[in-house]
Design a protein around this ligand. Structure first.
Ligand SMILES: Cc1cc2nc3c(=O)[nH]c(=O)nc-3n(C[C@H](O)[C@H](O)[C@H](O)COP(=O)(O)OP(=O)(O)OC[C@H]3O[C@@H](n4cnc5c(N)ncnc54)[C@H](O)[C@@H]3O)c2cc1C
Length: 484
């Protein structure tokens, strides 16, 4: 965009959202031009921060009339380059729209705006609705609930209901041409209890990565918070036994959460990792969270977990409880091992698991079947060790074991151009490997989405293109992210 057009646009947008909420300073724009991944940066022309759905509508109409690309933005922490404005244009930063509008305790849903973070919801529920909880990712608490759920994210209750995209009851959205719509039960009822029974348009925004419109309100499912809860870390000795052992545990419906880390993640955490050498006796460490409405029920679940593991071991699939943490104990140990605290500490590691500056982090991750997991981990170990990176694999069981994620955590030094290029090549190999196994990449960067679109059913691809064109005739919404 030339300087004159940019100035004119900034003025007109300021007329809608207020001058204080239009950002044009180069250092500020630079912040929005990149994220912590290896995806190439690109500068936006300006950033607009609307404060209401009405302002979003006006800004979108203006952009559409001038064919200016727009990118919806929450906190830019998606780890896939998904808010990098590939064609410049305007970033629509939704952080000012941060109201929690309703909590329905009986139907267990919360209605909120896109600027509301997981930390906001956690605090609100603790204070006002202590019997309820939300499924949360291991992402920083400042990230957006709506953005994560729209991305089909994965969290603490994915085991129960699948990815977060399946936990959306309905939403309000502004289409790329500026019209506002409601989806789900709220489109014909005052209550946001479900995305059924009318034809389901929530799907026009879930997994679209901000390419079909801007969501300005969403109803998110909440879950009962049980009084008795505990974590159990289960070690599985042989990676080939993972599907059988984890599958049996989830089908017993005794655990609310099942999320694993390969031994390398733990070895790095304890500073004992050596490339190509196994230091720990088991191959996968899987955190299980068990919960119960009564002590009796909770104890029965723990007992059944132990019985299953003893029987699996008897049948030659060695698996044991290595640590059991009381809920409070978890809070203390998280900073040491393995999950969020560890995730944050692995982010300042570089090649060969050695702490290095540079703060780059990215990952390759796909949704696939639990059955594929052992083969995928073995191939990933070969690929990552060849590129001299620690094969830090993680798993999370989704939808009662119907599917699972397989993802590889890649900290790197983003100041080292050679290392950045190495990461790009390695990620392509990992993505290809996952796709060849039948897994599909979630919140994938552009190049990985293009890889997936090469495999997609032609009828599906044709319909996707027709719907995108219908919704966004000027192709202004986050161009390039849909991979078509
Ligand atoms: C250490 C770490 C751990 C993480 N762990 C997890 C994890 O366990 N599970 C998980 O799911 N994620 C995880 N993440 C990824 C990420 O933080 C979340 O997915 C996050 O919720 C999305 O990021 P965001 O809120 O910053 O959204 P953004 O990155 O700002 O946006 C994400 C995408 O949604 C689009 N978008 C944003 N808002 C809207 C809107 N209102 N309407 C339409 N489109 C919109 C954007 O254009 C973009 O395509 C992790 C990230 C980090 C850094």
């Amino acid at each position: 965009m030339n300087e004159e057009d940019r100035k004119a646009l900034a003025e007109d947008v300021a007329g809608i959202v207020g001058e204080a909420h239009v950002l044009v300073d180069p250092p500020v724009l630079d912040n929005y031009s990149r994220d912590m991944t290896v995806e190439p940066p690109c500068l936006p022309d300006l950033v607009a921060m609307p404060g209401s759905v009405d302002e979003v509508q006006q800004v979108v109409k203006l952009a559409n009339a001038r064919k200016v690309p727009i990118v919806p933005f929450a906190t830019g922490t998606n780890l896939g380059g998904l808010t990098i404005p590939r064609k410049g244009g305007m970033i629509i930063d939704l952080k000012r729209m941060n109201r929690i509008l309703e909590v329905n305790e009986d139907s267990m849903y919360i209605v909120l705006e896109p600027g509301v973070s997981f930390g906001d919801v956690e605090r609100h529920l603790k204070r006002n609705h202590p019997g309820l909880k939300i499924s949360q990712p291991a992402a920083p608490a400042f990230t957006s609930v709506v953005a994560n759920y729209l991305l089909g994210g994965l969290g603490t209750l994915a085991m129960k209901a699948g990815c977060h995209g399946d936990m959306i009851n309905g939403l309000e959205a502004v289409l790329p041409t500026g019209e506002k719509i409601l989806t789900g039960s709220a489109s014909a009822s005052p209550h946001w209890f479900s995305r059924h029974p009318l034809p389901d348009f929530c799907g026009l925004f879930v997994d679209w990565k901000g390419t079909s419109g801007i969501v300005t309100k969403a109803s998110i499912q909440l879950w009962p918070k049980q009084p008795f809860e505990d974590y159990y870390a289960v070690g599985i000795w042989d990676i080939d036994h993972v599907p059988a052992v984890l599958g049996r545990i989830v089908k017993a419906e005794i655990t609310e959460e099942q999320s694993g880390r390969t031994r390398e993640v733990v070895e790095v955490g304890f500073g004992m990792y050596k490339p190509g050498e196994q230091q720990l006796p088991w191959d996968l460490l899987v955190m299980h969270r068990l919960a119960g409405a009564s002590k009796k029920l909770f104890d029965a679940k723990v007992e059944l977990l132990q019985e299953i593991l003893e029987d699996e071991t008897k049948q030659g699939r060695r698996a044991e409880i290595l640590w059991d943490f009381s809920a409070n104990e978890v809070a203390r140990r998280v900073s040491e091992f393995p999950t969020t605290g560890f995730v944050l500490s692995w982010m300042d590691l570089g090649k060969e698991g050695v702490k290095k500056p540079g703060g780059g982090s990215t990952w390759v991750g796909g949704y696939g079947t639990l059955e594929q997991f052992p083969g995928g981990i073995k191939k990933a170990r070969e690929i990552m060790e060849r590129h001299k990176f620690v094969p830090m694999g993680s798993q999370r069981t989704m939808g009662l074991g119907r599917y699972s994620i397989m993802r590889f955590l890649i900290p790197y030094n983003r100041k080292d151009a050679e290392e950045v290029q190495e990461v790009r090549e390695m990620m392509k190999e990992l993505a290809r490997m996952e796709l060849d196994q039948g897994a599909l990449m979630y919140k994938a960067p552009e190049w990985a989405t293009e890889m997936m679109m090469e495999k997609v059913d032609p009828g599906y691809l044709d319909l996707l293109k027709r719907i995108k064109e219908l919704l966004d005739p000027n192709d202004i919404m986050n161009p390039g992210k849909l991979g078509i």
